[in-house]
Design a protein around this ligand. Structure first.
Ligand code: 0PR
Length: 352
């Protein structure tokens, strides 16, 4: 098979995007380096420290602990793992809104903890009263989402942090997708705004790093110590990551993406994406579609099955939420011209 990479000019629902050119170049240079063995590959290890520092700056954390993970799934799993291992209870429970990414289901399965999902409010955000009612002595971790996968919502982070603290539970924020939009909004979401223990923020989504590059941040070094295992035959003595061998391309790409874009290009991207989301939501409303008002730049709207199939047949890569709305993620590659063309397709399939 003569395979070619996917063009991005009709990709609307993915959280992946074209990597930043500087990040792609850096990735190419570090293809064979293994950040999992910093004593043998010190330069890529230094790039990881640099990336981590910038991620800390983005997320309001001086001197962050953490690392460049394989993606948001690994970062979320590690947050659950640390909470499980530091918990007082033998049967730890993770309390999270139903809007959490399905990676928490995987984490619960792999780690043998119970995931207690709490219904969201009418605006698809975590409901603090419902979360407070769901926590108890066995709660090891409360999870909030800053930029939900389906509706781009930001949970009330300070209130949820207070509920976690009251219950003596740890608190994790999943900003895997939202983390490079939020610094340019009024939302309270990071370590500087509330008492968080851990946070996920992925360079390989809005950060425009090549895949794989997730971000796992922890307030205290003790979190990483809880995750660390001894590495008897390596020069370094312990490893806190889930993977052993890791992608030097991912780490170097993330460091270069952050260097090139934080903060100015990320701000420009946010402003462009937010304007595009508003444009699209208005365009859809003008045409009579029911639109979920966008939070962060992601537009979900009701689209009949037949129209959904027809636009997909025109090559648009579109997916749906669990409740059936079509969803368009205004990623860096999603331009105004693309959205105009998409609306034209919608008009054509409606007439046709
Ligand atoms: N947390 C949140 C809030 C996410 O949206 C995602 C991914 C994750 C964690 C997990 O991150 P990784 O996929 O890096 O492990 N959300 C995307 C989604 O489910 C993943 C995705 C990305 C799916 C690109 C399709 C695609 O083309 O939509």
């Amino acid at each position: 098979m003569d395979a070619t990479p996917q063009e991005f000019d009709r990709v609307l629902s993915s959280m992946c995007t074209r990597p930043h050119p500087a990040a792609a170049r850096a990735a190419q240079r570090f293809l064979a380096d293994n950040p999992g063995d910093p004593a043998t590959y010190p330069d890529v290890a230094a790039l990881e420290e640099r990336a981590l520092d910038t991620l800390g700056t983005v997320a309001g954390l001086d001197d962050p602990a953490g690392y460049v993970a394989g993606g948001g799934t690994e970062a979320n799993l590690q947050a659950v793992r640390a909470a499980r291992d530091l918990a007082a209870s033998d049967e730890p429970v993770v309390v999270a809104p139903t809007s959490v990414h399905f990676s928490f289901q995987k984490a619960a399965d792999v780690l043998g903890v119970t995931l207690r999902l709490v219904p969201t409010d009418d605006d698809h955000r975590a409901d603090p009263d419902a979360v407070a009612a769901a926590v108890g002595d066995e709660t090891a971790l409360v999870v909030a989402v800053a930029g939900t996968t389906e509706f781009g919502r930001v949970d009330p982070i300070p209130e949820l942090a207070a509920i976690a603290a009251e219950a003596d539970a740890r608190f994790h924020v999943d900003a895997a997708w939202g983390g490079f939009h939020l610094p340019f909004t009024e939302h309270e979401w990071h370590f500087g705004h509330a008492s968080l223990d851990t946070l996920t923020i992925d360079p390989h989504k809005v950060g425009r790093a090549p895949i794989p590059a997730g971000g796992f941040l922890a307030r205290d070094r003790a979190t990483l110590d809880a995750l660390a295992v001894e590495t008897p035959y390596l020069e370094t003595t312990a490893q806190a990551t889930l993977a052993g061998t890791r992608s030097g391309a991912g780490v170097a790409g993330a460091a270069a993406a952050l260097d090139a874009q934080w903060p100015d290009e990320y701000r420009e991207n946010h402003e462009r994406a937010a304007a595009n989301a508003t444009y699209l939501a208005e365009g859809l409303r003008d045409r009579g579609y029911d639109v979920v008002p966008p939070g962060l730049p992601l537009v979900a709207f009701d689209l009949p099955e037949s129209a959904f199939d027809a636009v997909r047949a025109e090559g648009w890569r579109l997916s749906r939420t669990g409740s059936g709305e079509a969803r368009i993620v205004c990623m860096p590659h999603v331009t105004r011209a693309m959205l105009e063309a998409f609306l034209e397709t919608l008009d054509a399939v409606r007439v046709g």
